[in-house]
Design a protein around this ligand. Structure first.
Ligand code: ATP
Ligand code: MG
Length: 358
């Protein structure tokens, strides 16, 4: 087998992004040679500090290099200024648009030795729904005050591709399990989330299209169920262990994924990936955490898991599995944990422990 070289863009951004992204680079460099993988890294700029230095939160050069030279990327975090700053808007939102990263994928997983283990992944559509941001405000015809409206747009195209991705993720999770990855699930299951009892056209289209996408032969081993979003939230908190892969339109996905993250205790544990055709950006779910920056106490695990998730989408499942297992080893032993998990270990000590386990 020939060695594959992957070129990875590194965008630390602001705050603890600068502490956790170097950890992501380290774990890629420490992967065993038997995997036949080599990495090249490109340091790229984006974020609030970049905005203050250059006037652009997302320099064109960063986008061009990602597009033309990179196979994937790691994104740390960006500070959101407390007041609106003229000309500044979130670079990660812009990046998702410019690279057409149409899916936001968020695995929420506890260690399997937990009292009530959970292992789910939320696949959120990332380009439409209420996030098309077409809003308007006008005066009510009866003079009773103002009225505001927002467009909720759902397309067959976007619904089809997100459901297809959910099906593929379900199959891949099964293949990781078949390869020995510990899990509470025995067979793949996709849960389609919607509110089509009320929104029969928009959510109705999402539901019907997702069903259609998952009905093809390739997904015949994948169980498909659907659930109304409100009862889903209830069940997510009462019986989170029942979920394997959840697919949802943008807004429900946003809410479900933050809610689900609360189930595993710390923001410092939860990874995500922004995924498009042939490209993935790994991104920890937490923000720039200015309250703990520069202290070497940020939990690096969300980032290390984001590295693994990025590798999954670059078809490097074996490498991803090694990282997941090393992280789980650290958590299960519980000796070198960062302060957000009740431990006293420094960021760098947690990273070293996980590297040893690779
Ligand atoms: P931002 O505006 O960049 O989102 P924030 O102030 O909202 O910043 P978050 O990063 O979203 O901060 O974090 C919320 C809380 O969780 C903070 O108290 C932060 O210290 C904590 N936290 C976030 N990430 C981590 C991490 N990796 N390790 C430990 N604690 C974290
Ligand atoms: Mg935040």
């Amino acid at each position: 087998m020939a060695t594959r070289t992957l070129r990875i863009g590194l965008i630390p951004g602001d705050g603890i992004g600068k502490e956790v992204i170097p950890a992501g680079r380290k774990i890629l460099e420490a992967l065993p040679a038997s995997l036949k993988l080599k990495f090249e890294f490109v340091d790229l700029k984006a974020g609030f500090e970049t905005f203050e230095q250059t006037g652009a939160a997302l320099p064109d050069k960063t986008v061009e290099i990602l597009k033309n030279e990179c196979d994937g990327a790691l994104f740390g975090a960006v500070s959101s200024p407390s007041k609106a700053v003229k000309g500044y808007s979130s670079p990660i939102v812009a990046l998702r648009k410019r690279l057409d990263l149409y899916a936001n994928v968020r695995p929420v997983k506890s260690v399997m030795t937990a009292k009530n283990p959970i292992d789910m992944v939320i696949v959120r559509e990332n380009t439409e729904d209420l996030y098309v941001k077409e809003e308007k405000t006008y005066d009510a015809a009866d003079g009773s005050g103002k009225v505001a409206e927002a467009i909720k747009r759902i397309s067959q195209k976007a619904s089809f591709r997100i459901a297809t991705m959910a099906g593929e993720i379900a199959l891949r999770r099964q293949s990781l399990r078949d390869g020995g990855a510990p899990s509470i699930h025995k067979s793949p299951l996709v849960t389609i989330t919607h509110k089509s009892n009320v929104l029969s056209q928009t959510d109705g289209l999402f539901r019907a299209t997702a069903r259609e996408a998952l009905a093809i032969a390739k997904f015949s081993s994948v169980g498909v169920e659907e659930q109304i979003v409100d009862s889903m939230v209830y069940k997510l908190f009462r019986q989170p262990e029942t979920y394997d892969v959840i697919v949802a339109p943008n807004l429900y996905g946003d809410i479900l994924s933050d809610g689900a993250a609360a189930l595993v205790g710390s923001l410092g544990l939860v990874p995500s990936a922004n995924v498009g055709e042939g490209f993935a950006i790994g991104e920890p779910c937490h923000g720039s955490a200015p309250d703990i920056m520069g202290k070497n106490i940020a939990n690096p695990i969300a980032t290390l898991r984001s590295v693994a998730l990025m590798l999954e989408f670059l078809d490097e499942e074996a490498a991803a599995a090694k990282i997941y297992a090393a992280v789980d080893g650290n958590l299960e032993e519980g000796k070198l944990l960062s302060p957000d998990l009740g431990g006293a270990a420094k960021t760098t000590e947690v990273v070293e422990d996980i590297l040893r386990r690779l």
